[in-house]
Write a protein that binds this ligand. Structure first.
Ligand code: ADP
Ligand code: MG
Length: 165
């Protein structure tokens, strides 16, 4: 399917979802192997403050082989990583206001590369961003979170079908 809803009862469940996605987006069976030719893509993370976007991104980056500290990019806008030959970019557009700033910072280059790109608050970038491979919307429930996953590309559809199978 192109769309699927999951219930995430706690932070462990949020992290488990990220760990299931990691071998697909990094195209390798585990974090010790080099990323394969299919590695990369873009994931948009939506949801209110505290919904779990950074929790998810951190677990995904960790499972893709990032061993050092993984900071939230909420102040710097961007945190960059590299695993073997794969570039990983974690962005947070919460404080983003002008498209000019975005262009000056050369973020378009980041999106053009064969990289793995995780973006929190993508809606703050207005129409600068094309649809991602996969969009994950996290919503507060009385207990835990609801995650709505939607695939917008063939690659995203492949990921989605794989984690649901
Ligand atoms: P965001 O980046 O969306 O602002 P953070 O990831 O920084 O949010 O914070 C999310 C908070 O919610 C953390 O305190 C985390 O422990 C908690 N959390 C993450 N996933 C869940 C979940 N599925 N259910 C309940 N709490 C969660
Ligand atoms: Mg965050």
């Amino acid at each position: 399917p192109a769309q699927h809803t999951l219930y995430l009862p706690d932070e462990t469940a949020t992290e488990a979802l990220a760990r299931r996605l990691a071998p697909l987006v990094c195209d390798r069976p585990d974090a010790s192997a080099a990323p394969g030719p299919g590695a990369g893509g873009r994931i948009h993370l939506r949801g209110d403050l505290g919904a779990g976007k950074t929790s998810f991104a951190r677990a995904l980056l960790r499972a893709c082989g990032i061993s050092g500290r993984i900071k939230s990019p909420s102040y710097a806008l961007l945190e960059s990583y590299k695993v073997f030959n794969l570039y990983l970019y974690h962005l947070d557009f919460y404080r983003f206001s002008e498209s000019r700033e975005w262009l000056d910072a050369g973020f378009r280059e980041i999106l053009r590369e064969d990289a793995l790109v995780l973006i929190e608050w993508p809606e703050r970038a207005g129409d600068l961003l094309s649809p991602p491979d996969l969009e994950i919307s996290l919503e507060y429930l009385d207990d835990g979170r609801r995650a709505d996953l939607s695939a917008h590309t063939e690659r995203g559809l492949k990921w989605l079908n794989a984690i649901l199978s």
